[in-house]
Design a binder for this molecule. Structure first.
Ligand SMILES: *[C@@H]1O[C@H](CO)[C@@H](O)[C@H](O)[C@H]1NC(C)=O
Ligand SMILES: *[C@@H]1O[C@H](CO)[C@@H](O)[C@H](O)[C@H]1NC(C)=O
Length: 493
């Protein structure tokens, strides 16, 4: 215990820099696709969103009826210039201005339009338009500026995850050679200059469906306890989505560093665009149809007969993981713990005119059936489902765990119960003790963003953890008032 006291004094000065990375929490929204002939009318859909606590949507067009339905609701709306209009917007500033004047200006601010997506997955869906993409974004930005909307409405373009060539391990994330310098560099420059964000559509589902032998299901669903370690950085990933996000971050950083487009903000600080995720989701039934690869591995389907990843249980697990994670403020990644990340779940409804027929998974990404019943349980209100706990990462090694454990005990965690003879001393392992202390610290700080990181030694989970007979508490600050734990603490020293 002498050692603890020493470390508390010694480390106290430096560790808080690591531990308190104040994140502006991101927001979770839903993609409101309408490729179906049986959906409720937009006004009814808006009521459904309000009842469900959904505060942000992404549209695949700028339909005036839909935009009017969102007026005066406070729901944020991202609109889209369709791929079909991309060439015209790139070639004509007048076209761009007319489009923005007709489709955006009349609705704002009654309808809180906060983003304009210029096309969707252009590299993947309309590769011949690739070189038009950035010019179209620039012209749309100029049009919004002319209409006084450039601050409110951020211009971006959702890219498919196939824009990356290397994605594993995350630190080797790189954009494809054919777009890296010709498109991504000018796009990133544009995004930094306009204060906008890169938008990406990552699908752990497709990565898993294409490589079920290499990828574990619980990892794809965001909950692989043991974690996967990136050998280059030592960072530990419990969620394939995190790995995909960091692959994107590393791909961006490779270009910003290399081509010197980062802008200095001050000593040691650099600006890079945030990344938001305009689509991710998991289908509740159907089969992946052979055809375009969706994950960047591009290996195609080698799934064996009977392999069926699109189930209600898996879709429920993944989408609840997303909602709970963002609502509880855990928007960062191992590489960028303080990242401010918006995520849109794909999709609001099952859409019966998508894909290649009623057997295609593309039709079953919805949170709701067209009759507005839920496909499975979820809750955007931040209710009971957003309970979360903090546990240690074994993979960082004993020394880092011990340092972080000592720090947590010295900075407010209740470490009484892990002293010899106390109720959570057994199992007497560093992993169990560190988890107890990290969780206590996290709960006592009301699960604030950045309080379950400990320089990478900890991560958040959404099921109540148990080590032997020791159940990690979820309401530590009520159960054990600080005074009591202090008594424990000093008694133990
Ligand atoms: C970018 O990636 C390439 C290929 O992996 C690598 O050789 C280069 O050093 C990287 N540059 C930076 C600045 O990270
Ligand atoms: C809504 O639609 C789903 C899917 O077609 C169906 O299983 C369910 O029974 C329907 N619920 C109601 C209340 O109509």
């Amino acid at each position: 215990m002498e050692l603890i006291r020493f470390l508390v004094v010694f480390l106290g000065a430096t560790f808080p820099l690591f531990f308190f990375s104040p994140a502006e929490a991101g927001e979770v929204g839903v993609s409101y696709g309408r490729v179906a002939n049986n959906l409720p009318d937009p006004a009814t859909v808006v009521k459904l969103l309000q009842r469900s606590g959904i505060t942000m949507v992404r549209l695949y067009d700028a339909d005036p009826v839909v935009l009017k339905a969102f007026a005066n609701t406070g729901i944020k709306v991202m609109v889209m210039l369709p791929n079909d209009d991309l060439a015209a917007a790139a070639e004509s500033r007048l076209f761009a201005l007319r489009w923005a004047r007709r489709n955006v200006a009349p609705h704002y601010p009654a309808t809180l339009i906060n983003g304009l997506a210029v096309g969707n997955e252009v590299f993947e869906k309309r590769p011949e338009l690739t070189q038009k993409l950035v010019p179209a974004m620039i012209n749309m930005q100029l049009a919004l500026a002319k209409l006084g909307l450039a601050d409110a409405v951020k211009v971006s373009t959702p890219i498919a995850f196939t824009a990356l060539k290397d994605t594993y391990p995350p630190s080797s994330g790189r954009f494809r050679d054919d777009i890296a310098q010709s498109v991504m560099v000018p796009m990133l420059q544009f995004l930094v200059r306009t204060g906008s964000y890169l938008t990406v559509n990552p699908y752990p589902f497709f990565a898993y469906a294409e490589n079920p032998r290499d990828i574990r299901l619980d990892y794809a669903l965001g909950n692989y306890k043991a974690g996967v370690r990136d050998p280059n950085t030592g960072l530990v990933y419990h969620s394939l989505l995190d790995a995909m996000m960091d692959a994107t971050h590393f791909a961006v950083e490779n270009l910003t560093e290399h081509l010197n487009i980062r802008q200095p903000l001050g000593a040691g600080q650099w600006r890079r665009p945030n990344t938001h995720y305009t689509e991710t989701g998991w289908p509740s039934r159907g089969k992946v149809q052979p055809g375009r690869p969706r994950s960047s591995s591009g290996r195609g389907l080698d799934a064996c007969d009977g392999f069926q990843p699109a189930t209600v249980a898996n879709a429920k697990a993944y989408n609840n993981y997303l909602v709970n994670r963002i609502l509880s403020g855990q928007t960062g990644t191992p590489h960028h713990p303080d990242a401010d990340t918006d995520i849109y779940i794909f999709a609001l409804f099952n859409e019966n005119q998508k894909g290649q027929g009623p057997d295609d998974v593309e039709q079953y990404f919805g949170l709701f059936h067209p009759n507005m019943t839920k496909v499975y349980g979820f809750d955007f209100h931040g209710g009971a489902l957003t309970e979360s706990w903090c546990i240690a990462n074994a993979v960082v090694g004993d020394q880092r765990l011990q340092e972080a454990l000592d720090w947590a005990c010295g900075y407010g965690a209740d470490c009484g119960p892990i002293q010899p003879g106390a109720k959570c001393f057994e199992p007497n392992t560093r992993l169990a003790h560190a988890s107890y202390a990290f969780n206590s610290y996290y709960q006592r700080n009301h699960r604030a963003p950045g309080t379950c990181n400990f320089a990478g030694a900890a991560h958040v989970v959404y099921r109540q953890p148990k080590f032997g007979n020791c159940v990690l508490p979820s309401n530590d600050w009520i159960e054990d008032p600080a005074s009591k734990s202090e008594a424990y603490y000093y008694a133990a020293i």
